[in-house]
Design a binder for this molecule. Structure first.
Ligand SMILES: Nc1nc2c(c(=O)[nH]1)N[C@H]1C(S)=C(S)[C@@H](COP(=O)(O)O)O[C@H]1N2
Ligand SMILES: [Mo]
Length: 388
């Protein structure tokens, strides 16, 4: 979870520009940031699919783990020494961090933005708090874990029914209830329940990341299972109406402005259509974990648009703006390595048809392995060499 989360953050190019990033003061927590590659084109589909699917699938494991340590809440006295106090504080960060990450993550993928601030900031800092506490916890507990695992055989545990299930012997860890009631579930029963919960969640979640036909099995996906039919019949994140795009904004008066150092050119949709057209099979992969299978996008290469304003050879980063007013997804900065990929397009068509208004008509960005949110729809201005 932590690694795929950090990868997702790097994929956003947060070190490029303020429009990409809502995480202020991250300082050296961003030490690892790197240029997110464009190959393989399904890279973000994979890493973010794993992040979100795994996050959901592990919820029963987290709940079972917390349930197993409930006796600790009642251990008395709550603090025995300064060292003990420190250790309990680290547990607060561990348990709090884990719950916080799950709750903010699930709220985000269910499109429920009730956060006091930016999701990125909260989820990013939360992840670092959790992983720090987790590392401390693992180091402190490894010897006890090893002892406990050696003390019994898995086979024996799996063969013991509820009647034969006896509590752990009382020790000084506070993990065992001092006056346990008779067992109501065997250890194997508890394991099976958690496993079945994980499997059930996997079965109704994974389809949204696999895309295509499998989307129908994603019963927990907030966008619904059926994205429509025809060339434009694949998942839509936000419709034109959702973000306040007016028909006039994307009608005959729409223009594309391309800017380079000291040069600017303005194109109509017809002029764009007369430029050399390239087709690339690329997916859309959203931070929320859903993604599409490859769609055939057709449009003008970003490198060809850079050449229009006199940038030949290796184009720099590009600042992309849409006709959208307000909101946070209306603009983005793409890195030079993304601009240079021959499959990076300002797309006008998809699967052989004009883009529908909801998929970004008249023109949208599509870049291989790019997080969905940076594939800006309803584009109206490209500024090469600027970062917002
Ligand atoms: N202008 C604009 N572009 C946008 C968005 C938006 O809200 N406004 N949403 C982004 C997000 S979060 C995703 S995942 C993709 C989804 O593209 P689609 O709706 O065509 O599938 O578009 C991106 N482009
Ligand atoms: Mo997205």
């Amino acid at each position: 979870m932590f690694v795929t989360g950090l990868l997702s953050y790097a994929a956003y190019n947060p070190d490029l520009a303020a429009v990409n990033d809502q995480t202020p003061d991250k300082g050296w927590l961003g030490f690892y940031l790197f240029s997110w590659p464009t190959s393989p084109s399904w890279l973000y589909r994979l890493t973010q699919g794993i992040h979100v699917t795994l996050g959901i699938v592990l919820i029963p494991v987290l709940l079972a783990k917390l349930w197993s340590v409930i006796p600790k809440l009642f251990s008395w006295p709550p603090v025995r020494s300064p060292a003990h106090a420190l250790e309990r504080l680290s547990l607060l960060l561990l348990v709090g961090g884990a719950l916080f990450e799950v709750v903010t993550g699930v709220l985000n993928i269910q499109l429920h933005y009730i956060f006091p601030g930016s999701f990125y900031t909260l989820h990013y800092y939360g992840a670092w708090v959790f992983i720090g506490a987790f590392a401390v916890h693992v180091v402190l507990r490894i010897p006890r874990v090893a002892r406990a695992l050696r003390s019994r055989r898995l086979r024996t545990v799996l063969c013991t029914d509820t009647a034969g299930t006896v509590p752990e012997p009382l020790d000084d860890t506070g993990l065992v209830s001092p006056r346990p009631a008779p067992a109501t579930v065997s250890r194997r029963g508890a394991l099976a329940m958690v496993g079945a919960g994980c499997l059930a969640l996997f079965a109704v979640t994974a389809g949204q990341s696999i895309g295509g036909w499998w989307r129908r099995t994603a019963l927990l996906a907030p966008h619904g299972q059926e994205p429509g039919t025809g060339p434009n019949g694949f998942q839509i994140n936000k419709t034109a109406a959702d973000v306040g795009i007016r028909p006039a904004d994307i009608g005959p008066d729409w223009r594309l402005t391309v800017r380079g150092p000291g040069r600017e050119t303005v194109l109509t949709l017809d002029q764009l259509r007369r430029l050399p057209q390239t087709t690339a099979a690329l997916p859309i992969a959203c931070v929320e974990g859903w993604s599409t299978t490859d769609q055939d996008w057709t449009g003008v290469r970003l490198t060809d648009l850079a050449a229009l304003v006199g940038i030949d050879g290796s184009p720099p980063d590009v600042f992309v703006e849409s006709v959208q007013r307000g909101g946070s997804f209306g603009s983005t900065v793409l890195r030079d390595n993304q601009v240079r990929d021959a499959r990076s397009l300002l797309a006008l068509r998809v699967n052989g048809a004009d883009l529908s208004p909801d998929h970004g008509h008249p023109a949208r960005i599509i870049v291989p392995a790019n997080p969905g949110v940076h594939n800006t729809k309803w584009v109206t201005r490209l500024t090469f060499g600027a970062t917002g």
